[in-house]
Each structure stands twice: as structure tokens, then as C-alpha cells.
Design a protein around this ligand. Structure first.
Ligand SMILES: [Zn+2]
Length: 299
């Protein structure tokens, strides 16, 4: 998961949207008023949220907000990025559902379904992020698991978050979660952060399960490549030639920056190298095997 480029104030987000599409916010407010009167989401003339998609793509360094996969930039990436509504605009379905693979079940509530969704948030700029089709079209769809009771229109997002206790993390907008507090990695495997307790712990686990963060081969391979490169650069830091050491330092800063693929995984591995070099070496050997012909899944 990648957090929007911090610090992002509400006025900053609005200014970015106005710069991209000056009339967008006024039109969005008009449409929202129509939905509130109708009591449902209905868009006979087509939606306009894609007009501001590049704003979110840039804030996310053209990465998927949920899985950190790098997608295309504006020229080609608009087709790869979905504008994801965190709270579904048209309906909410039950999650987890019986036929889900891999299956999950919990001993806590995950919210009731409804037929109208969060129609009043269809054009709320805090309800948007960009995500890949694997995360949005295949998984997120009309699901929105919550621990508390499902709230009604026209509750604002801050109040909704308090009342409903969303079980998915949402690191977007100006009031989003910081995923680093909830999820860490051991090698290529996403894990609940040891510091996450109580509801935070549930949110981290549900998010990992919901987006299949440990079951998607493309994500495991991305993380394995990042670890391999990182390990090589950390080794290069010990080179006797200061020019090589300086180059390695520069590369490392880039690999660990928000803009790089699977940055959260990279940071966790860099930390592990400092605290448990033996474990870091074992993981490096695992990813090397995994990336060799005839892949073996690292665990
Ligand atoms: Zn994704």
C-alpha cells in the first residue's frame, strides 16, 4: 500500500483538481445534490470522475494504492488505472462471500449489505483513489466490510469512519490511513505490523486477505525483484571504491522512496538487514531461487 504524497491538505487536493478541471467541483456538487434528492446513485449521462484521474495517479506515483504495483503514467496509464470509490456508490454486497478463493472467515462482524450504497459520496474527492484492475475490478467491486453498523446518507466521511469502523485501510485523500502503521513485510510476505493492536490489527489482516496481498504471483515477483536489487545495493555499500559506495547510496535512497515499486516491502527488508542479517540472507536466497527459471514460491 502506498500513502498519498504527504503532507496533503484539503485545500491542496482541491487546488490540484481545480488546476486539472476547473469546473469539475461545481459539477460534482450539482450531481451530488441530485443523488441526495433521488436517494440513490443514477448517472444517465455518464460519470465525470475520470476527468480528475491523473490527479490521483500523480499523488500515487502511478502506483496502485492497494498493491503498489506500478502502472502506466498519464499517456498510457489512464486505461490501466481505475478510479476507485472506497465506499461503493451504488450498492454494498456481503464480504467475505462463500465462493471466494482463497476462502476466509472471521469471528467478528463485517457489515450488512444494502441496495443503495454510499450514493452521496460518488463525487466526494476524499472517496477516491487510483487502483489496478486486479485490486478494483477483481476484488474491491461493491464490497466494503465494516466492523460497526452501516451508516446512512448524508453522513460525512470523518463521521462515517468513526461510526462504521471500516475494515479496509484507505491511504488516500487528506484523512486517509498510514499503511506503515498497520502492515509490514517479512521478505515478500505482507504481515500485520506487530504494533497494530485491537481494531487496527483486524483492519490490517482484513486488508491483506481482501486484496490477496500474499496470493498474487505478480506482487510476490515484484517484491522478490525489489529485495534482490536492494540486497545487491546494500552489499555494494561495502565496496572499497568510494565512487561505487556513493552510487549505491544514491540507488538505495531511490529504491526506498515512495515512488519506487513495492516500497513498503523494500523498507521492511532494509530494516531486517540491520536487525537480523542471517534472516535477511535466507530471504535473499529464497528470492533468488524464486526468480530463477522454474519458480518456487518464497515463504
Ligand atoms: Zn492493485
Amino acid at each position: 500500500m502506498i500513502r498519498h504524497q504527504p503532507p496533503l491538505a484539503r485545500a491542496d487536493l482541491e487546488a490540484r483538481i481545480d488546476a486539472r478541471a476547473p469546473a469539475w467541483r461545481a459539477e460534482a456538487a450539482k450531481r451530488t445534490a441530485t443523488f441526495l434528492t433521488a436517494g440513490r446513485f443514477a448517472e444517465p449521462n455518464g460519470s465525470i470522475w475520470s476527468d480528475i484521474k491523473p490527479v490521483y495517479m500523480q499523488l500515487q506515483y502511478n502506483k496502485c494504492i492497494y498493491c503498489e504495483r506500478v502502472l502506466g503514467a498519464e499517456l498510457t496509464g489512464k486505461a490501466e488505472h481505475d478510479v476507485e470509490h472506497f465506499r461503493p456508490k451504488g450498492q454494498v454486497k456481503t464480504w467475505p462471500y462463500a465462493s471466494r478463493k482463497p476462502s476466509v472467515s472471521y469471528d467478528f462482524p463485517t457489515g450488512t449489505p444494502n441496495k443503495t450504497g454510499y450514493y452521496w459520496l460518488a463525487y466526494d474527492i476524499e472517496n477516491y483513489a487510483c487502483s489496478c484492475k486486479g485490486c478494483n475490478s477483481d476484488r474491491k467491486r461493491d464490497y466494503f466490510p465494516i466492523l460497526g453498523p452501516r451508516a446512512a446518507a448524508p453522513t460525512d466521511i470523518v463521521s462515517l469512519n468513526k461510526a462504521e469502523q471500516p475494515l479496509l485501510l484507505f491511504p488516500s485523500g487528506t484523512i486517509g490511513d498510514d499503511p506503515a502503521r498497520f502492515i509490514t513485510f517479512l521478505g515478500v510476505v505482507a504481515q500485520v505490523h506487530p504494533a497494530a493492536k485491537g481494531v487496527d490489527r483486524l483492519r490490517a489482516q482484513v486488508t491483506i486477505d481482501f486484496f490477496s496481498l500474499n496470493d498474487r504471483e505478480e506482487l510476490l515477483a515484484d517484491r522478490a525483484r525489489v529485495i534482490r536489487e536492494l540486497a545487491s545495493k546494500m552489499r555494494q555499500l561495502q565496496d572499497k571504491d568510494p565512487a561505487w559506495r556513493a552510487a549505491a547510496q544514491q540507488d538505495l535512497e531511490q529504491i526506498l522512496s515512495d515512488a519506487s515499486p513495492q516500497a513498503a516491502c523494500a523498507r521492511a527488508y532494509a530494516e531486517l538487514v540491520k536487525t537480523d542479517v542471517q534472516k535477511a540472507w535466507e530471504i535473499y536466497q529464497d528470492v533468488q531461487r524464486y526468480l530463477s527459471p522454474g519458480p518456487r514460491r518464497p515463504r
